[in-house]
Design a protein around this ligand. Sequence first.
Ligand SMILES: Nc1nc2c(ncn2[C@@H]2O[C@H](COP(=O)(O)OP(=O)(O)OP(=O)(O)O)[C@@H](O)[C@H]2O)c(=O)[nH]1
Ligand SMILES: [Mg+2]
Length: 198
Amino acid sequence: MAGPLALQFLRSASSSDQLPDALVEVALVGRSNVGKSSLLNALANRTNLARTSKTPGATRLLNVFELDGKPSGRWVVDLPGYGFAKVSGAERASWQQMIEGYLTGRPNLQVVLLLVDAEIGPTPLDVQTVDWLRHVGRPVRIVATKADKVGASRRGGRRAQLAAGLGLTPNDVAWCSAEKGFGIPELRTEVAGLLTPT
Ligand SMILES: Nc1nc2c(ncn2[C@@H]2O[C@H](COP(=O)(O)OP(=O)(O)OP(=O)(O)O)[C@@H](O)[C@H]2O)c(=O)[nH]1
Ligand SMILES: [Mg+2]
């Protein structure tokens, strides 16, 4: 299995059309505070590559991280979260625009890693987002994170329930914990594979 991904911060943007085309990219998408930036850090085995926070709204821009430098044109993009209540209506609309514009506007976006809280997901907004991604034709990989919060005895049931809530089977869902590290080596392998140009 792959070791830590050699990711480096490349740049931020407030709109996807500020970004040049990547060779290949994958994106981290999900509810505010679900753990997107923490997962990016876990993939890279770095504590502060992407900013994380106990409170929602830590990531406010499209943050691009490049794999293997050089430049390689192989990107992991960390997005702001959706459903963050504590910003004004106008700001929320502009975030929505930033996220949707990015998700529909990138020709080489291979897969969206859609993070769902292993304990409480999928929320209605998660379901809506998955439906929308399917509608616009973006391949989605569901990643249930914070799985360390689900006790061992509940894991099987929770996995089945979470998957069913999205019309999937348990094996369709990657199950991981950025905090405890389980499931991370498998995800590194998967992301490295997605970012290998064909
Ligand atoms: N228990 C547990 N906590 C986690 C895990 N991953 C992230 N967290 C915590 O969840 C909180 C939010 O993490 P972030 O990585 O900032 O979440 P985010 O999705 O990037 O949030 P926004 O950028 O605000 O949308 C932090 O307090 C993290 O420490 C995990 O696997 N397990
Ligand atoms: Mg974040």
